[in-house]
Write a new protein. Structure first.
Length: 491
């Protein structure tokens, strides 16, 4: 009798969700955010396009413009339409292939609505799975009302139907918790579907449910009793380790932290299972789960490779500027501690002071990037080079008296805020005089031609300042950038 009654309530929840989906399809178009655009791009990839082609199609069209209005309107910078942001963020979706795979499967039938159709299917399952989970502890009426209330929450409807990104994540989390509860209370055979659901979830959304499941199993084992004392040592070390990571503000998913943390989790699990008989099906499920986890975990080992290579290359750019300077550099100056350098993406993990670096370079050789290689770097790194050189030389505007005949000096009349002008200063520097009624910002560049330059000061109305540019072995000319009219006289 209970089974038939529960089945009727499950059908009712599916019907309720179907009505919500039908209303959504009839009254609005898909309000796709950036998550959905990445899923669409990966669907294109599964259908034969390259990753670059898929992102180019979905992040350069009207869907991306609509997502930018929806997501970035309060922000100063429109991220969704920024190619650099898209390329950087793409790495966080490379493990999420379940929804794109289902979208590719239904594409011949669903067409442009493929992602919404897949998401709607997941949404239909959320209510029944929540109901069955709640029924393990609560009455049919309470379970039905709570499950119905959950699927009718506006954020759930928004992200599970309109945006088409989160329904399968919620459904698989509910399924995992249901199977785990059944394994604890009924029979360990339910560990098999629990492992399958967790494995699929790992390729659907970031698997934040795994720690929760592990804690639940550990609590169940504690309740059963008979644990060895060493488990408290391993558990205490693990908790202390994770607490120190949190207090230090470190990213918990960094490879160097995951390895040690996983080892501690295995030690706790081994103690918790000591002397317990593990059914063959449960062992096979665990092995299958481990096998499925190997590829993404091996890939995780490479997560730190990119930033380390970038940090090394950037450091070589900065040290190249220290090598270039002929005269003395303040020994305490470190490009990695200069805000002008770090604001441009300069290295912060190896901020070696100039004194230490030059001493080591004299003994063991220079680390700086050759200038020919530096000139081939992207604009961001060349701007870092300019900021490092400006900082090492201590370049700034110094107040100076006006020349005897200012009108005889060349002048720039076209610069204005938002439309700066640039010029090559005379050898050794220049004497700059304001011709504006407002402050004129002065920036300096060398290797980053076409960039905005490094801000070195400003000319107050009617004032004069000297800009000294020491000579070195690089043939690259300095460029002064002004956002207002000014005189430019030789020193």
């Amino acid at each position: 009798m209970r089974a038939s009654t529960d089945l009727g309530r499950v059908v009712l929840l599916i019907a309720l969700a179907a009505v919500v989906v039908a209303i959504g399809f009839a009254t609005s178009d898909a309000a796709q955010g950036s998550d959905a655009l990445f899923y669409e791009a990966q669907t294109e990839e599964l259908e034969g396009a390259t990753a670059q082609e898929g992102r180019q199609e979905w992040f350069s069209g009207p869907e991306a413009s609509a997502a930018a209005v929806d997501e970035d309107e309060p922000e100063d910078k429109v991220r969704v339409l920024d190619p650099d942001w898209v390329e950087y963020s793409a790495q966080f979706y490379r493990r999420r292939w379940v929804v794109p795979a289902m979208a590719a499967a239904v594409d011949p039938v669903a067409g442009d609505e493929r992602l919404r159709v897949v998401s709607a299917a997941g949404y239909l399952l959320i209510g029944p799975l929540l109901f069955l989970l709640l029924r393990l502890r609560f009455s049919p009426r309470t379970s039905l009302l709570v499950a119905a209330a959950c699927i009718l929450l506006p954020p759930v409807i928004d992200f599970c139907t309109d945006r088409g990104v989160d329904s399968w994540g919620l459904a698989l989390e509910a399924a995992s918790m249901l199977f785990l509860a059944l394994a604890v209370e009924r029979d360990l055979v339910w560990v098999v579907p629990f492992g399958i659901a967790m494995a699929v979830l790992a390729f659907t959304r970031d698997n934040t449910l795994a720690p929760l499941a592990g804690i639940a199993l550990l609590l169940w084992r504690l309740w059963r009793g008979g644990l060895p004392r060493t488990i408290w040592i391993f558990a205490g070390v693990a908790l202390a380790y994770w607490s120190l990571i949190a207090l230090g503000g470190r990213a918990p998913d960094s490879s160097r932290y995951i390895f040690a943390g996983t080892l501690l989790v295995f030690l706790v699990a081994a103690d918790a299972l000591a002397g317990r008989h593990i059914p063959a099906l449960a062992a096979l499920a665990a092995l299958a789960l481990v096998a499925l986890a190997i590829p993404p975990n091996v890939d995780k080992l490479y997560d730190g490779r990119g930033p380390q290579l970038n940090d090394a290359t950037t450091s070589r750019v900065e040290y190249a500027m220290l090598d270039l300077v002929r005269g003395p550099i303040p020994p305490e100056y470190a490009p990695g501690k200069d805000e002008r350098v770090t604001d441009l993406g300069g290295s912060v993990f190896t901020p070696m002071p100039a004194g230490d670096y030059l001493e080591a370079a004299a003994r063991f050789g220079h680390l700086g990037m050759p200038l020919a290689e530096l000139r081939r770097q992207n604009l961001e790194r060349r701007e870092i080079a300019d900021a490092s050189l400006v900082g090492a030389l201590g370049l700034r505007l110094r107040p100076a008296p006006p020349p005897r005949r200012p009108a005889a000096c060349p002048s720039s009349l076209d610069g204005r805020p938002g439309h700066p002008v640039f010029f090559d200063p005379p050898p050794g520097g220049a004497l700059l005089g304001s011709r504006s009624r407002r402050p004129v910002a002065v920036s300096l560049g060398r290797f980053a031609s076409g960039g905005p330059g490094i801000h070195i000061g400003r000319l107050e109305p009617g004032s004069w300042a000297e800009l000294a540019l020491p000579a070195d072995d690089a043939p690259d000319a300095w460029r002064v950038v002004l956002n207002g009219p000014a005189y430019v006289c030789p020193r």
